[in-house]
Each structure stands twice: as structure tokens, then as C-alpha cells.
Design a protein around this ligand. Sequence first.
Ligand code: TRP
Ligand code: ZN
Length: 493
Amino acid sequence: MHRRLIAPGALAAASVLLAIPASAAGYSPGAPGIGDPYYPAYGNGGYDVSHYDLRLTYQPATDELAGTATILAKTTQDLSSFDLDFLLDVQEVRVNGATAAFAASGEHELVVTPKQLLAKGSSVTVVVRYSGVPSTKSAYGFSTWHRTPDGAVAADEPESAWWWFPSNDHPLDKATYDVSVAVPDGTQAISNGTLQSTSSRLGWTRYTWRQNKPQATYLATLALGKFDITTSTSEGGVPVVNAYSRDLGDGDGAARASVERTGEVVDWLSGYFGPYPFGSAGGYVPNTTTTYALETQTRVFYSPRQFANGSNTSVVVHELAHQWYGDSVSLKSWKDIWLNEGFARYAQWLWSEHEGEGTAQQLADYTYASHPADDAFWTVRPGDPGAENQFDAAVYDRGALAVQALRNEIGDDAFFAVLKGWPQKYAYGNASVADFREYAEQVSGKRLGALFDTWLFQPTKPAVSAVSAGTLTAPAQPKSWKKIAATNSLHGG
Ligand code: TRP
Ligand code: ZN
């Protein structure tokens, strides 16, 4: 581990540590990772964040981001020091008002050593004053800060916070957010939740956003650039805020024709998943060259490439389905990714049926038939795909097949009860694949161990009988097939 001392104050702290008071017995540093098997260094141990308050300034011309993060947390052990995950340059850290020592460590850790020991269960306020040019920072040789011609975007999975705010970067530690960013007049700052206010002063406009429901760090987003913002309310009463880069060129119409249907799709999904869990919905389309979309909470990130071949309501359905499956109910560990992607893909199948472009069963049959038994597709286990295959097509497509297999096993009544009950049961919390199986067993009254094992955990093509009762000789390609296959591709529109 390469520890780089970035604060002279850290020396003073080192001498404080030499004189360990008697009460220090049992106090120890918080772990540098929260314990995720796929990403051991992600997140941190020893504390739980309840709120992030970010007050920032951004200059698009130079990509300079500066400001203050105020983090409200509670300790979960007797703590002598703790980590935050962060890459920008830190000028000052205060813990409960007092200046604290800090040092960069590892690939993305900021180690904070407060003057006072922190007893388990106590409330802690951490203030981090920082600045930097995010596009110059990388960890593990990569960066997920996306520069655009007129600004930048933070939207990535599983890591994007390191480039813009210090955090406990793991879905297990969800928190509420106030994000306030000043940008030069004429530039907009887009983030999650509701726009609380905008104010202009001396050539700068400040945008203040509030996310008042728990949110995972990777679902926090920030877009800085020249946007056209639209507002509306869905028929079901959900306020919708969308934003389009003013620089989308030819693709502008296709992007708007898709994303402006957010309210309609949210209402439609509510019929399957229950009430929309957040106070605002919407999406934004920045001028990026990235290819994917991401379910950033209440304000979905759409790459313009998702609309390169025309409007695409299917990707809108996918990302909005995640608001229930992934955002309100978050995974406990990254290996639980099926709970996100299997269900978001399945929602696209239901939408295909709604649009008359192929039923969920037809999509399942076609997916099943299009991968022969020796296709590497079947070697990926959606229930525990490994970090390298976390977003493999199999997690999505075989993942949705598993959902259809469940439906056929327990019948429509129980299946749709599960689909709607699950987001209620674990609303704003975290859950695992095992939790889901337990819930489905409880609702259906059936034992589902074998079914889950076959569809989610075996590296082989399952027997056909579990998918469809019908014959499976070369099913026709459903009309929605190509559009769905293009969604969420990390390597091409
Ligand atoms: N979760 C995203 C989706 O399905 C896709 C995705 C996977 C992604 N990895 C990503 C998006 C990395 C952005 C960056 O919609
Ligand atoms: Zn997805």
C-alpha cells in the first residue's frame, strides 16, 4: 500500500497517536472496504452515512470542481480513524468541528484521523473542503468522469462518486442528498431529485437539487453543460424533469420522442411494481460519446447513442424499471446484480407485449433458442456472475429468462403479486438474491431452490421445459428483439 501524506496536519496526528489514552482500548481504524466480495476496496467500514450536503462550483472551460462536502454519519464501531472513497485534492477535513488529519491511501481512499476518538453509535459530522480537475484523476488506470464539449457528466456503475464527492461508496450505505452547484450563467447543473432553487449572482448561476429518499452513491449523478430543461406531471401525479443537451444535433428529436414519455412509462410501470417510490422522475441526455444508459435515481442518464437509430422507449422502460428494482430496492452486494438487470430487462419484455411487438414468453423462447448449449452465454451464472461478467448480456437476457421461468413455475397470480410486493417489502433498503427467493417462496407457497439453482447458478443451458410449455422449434424473432438487444450495450449503441 502506498500511503501518500497530503497534509502537514497528519504529522501532528501521528504524535497524538503515540500518547494513546486508556480509553482508546478497543478503538480501531474503520476497514478500508465495506466487505463486497467483487470489490473488496469499495465502500468503508466503521460508519454509516445518512446525508451528503455538497456545495460546489464548476468551471466548464477548465473542468475545475471545488467546494465542500458535509457528511452526516453514525459510527458503527469504536473508531480511531476512518476512510472515505475519493480522488480529488483535499484542502481540509473537519470532524465534529475540529480539524482532522488526512492522507490519501491506496487507489481511492482518503484516510481521516480525527483528534478525538469516536465512540460506537455516535453522530459524526465530517466536512471535506476540496478542489481538483476530475478529468486528470484516475484509479486502477481508469476514469469514469465524462467530459463533454460544454462540461462533464458523472454517471457510471459501479464507480462514479470518487471523481466528484467523498463518500462511503457502496450501495449498502444509502443516504439522502442536497447537491448545490454554481456554474457560469448559461450553463446548467443537473442532479437527482427535485430542483429546489436556482439563483444568479455575479455571472454564476447556482442550481440546488434535493434527493429526500435514500440513494446509493453510484446512483448520484451530476451533469454540467448547456441543457434545455422540460417539466411536466404524469397523469398519475409524478413530477417529471428532463434535460437535453442543446448540442444533440440530428438526434435531438429521437431523444425527446423517447424521454418525454417518462411520465407515461412511470405510470405504466406502477401498474406492475406499485407506486413510484420517489418524488420526481425524469432523465437527461448529455452530449457524450458513451454508449450506455444508467438508472441514476430519479434522473436517468441516457447516452445519445441509445437514440441513434431512432426513438427508443424500450431503454426508457429499462431505466425506469430500475427505479423500483435497483434504486429503491438496492442490492446488498454487487453479486446480486440479477435483482437489478434481470428485472429491468423483464420490464422491457412486458413493454414489448404492451406495444404488440412480441410477448414476454415469445422473447423468452427466442432468447432461449438463439443460444445453443455450447454458447459461452450459458457459462455466465446470473446469480453470481463474477465482477468481470457483472454486466454481461447473460445477466440481462438469461436473467430475464429466469424471471419468466419463475412466472411459469408459480403462475401469473403469484408472480405478479411478487413483482409488486417486492419493491414494497424492501423499499429504500437493500436485499439479496436469497432474500428474493425467500420472498417468492413465501408468496407462492412453493419451494423454489431447484428453479433458482437451474436458472441463476448453473453454468449450463437449462432444460427447455422450465421456460415454455410450447414447442420451441425456431421461434420467430419478436419485433422488439433488436431494440432490446441494443439496450444497455456497453460496447455499442
Ligand atoms: N446498469 C446499466 C443499465 O443496465 C448498465 C451499465 C452497466 C452501465 N455498467 C455500466 C452504465 C457502467 C454505465 C456505466 O442500464
Ligand atoms: Zn439495467
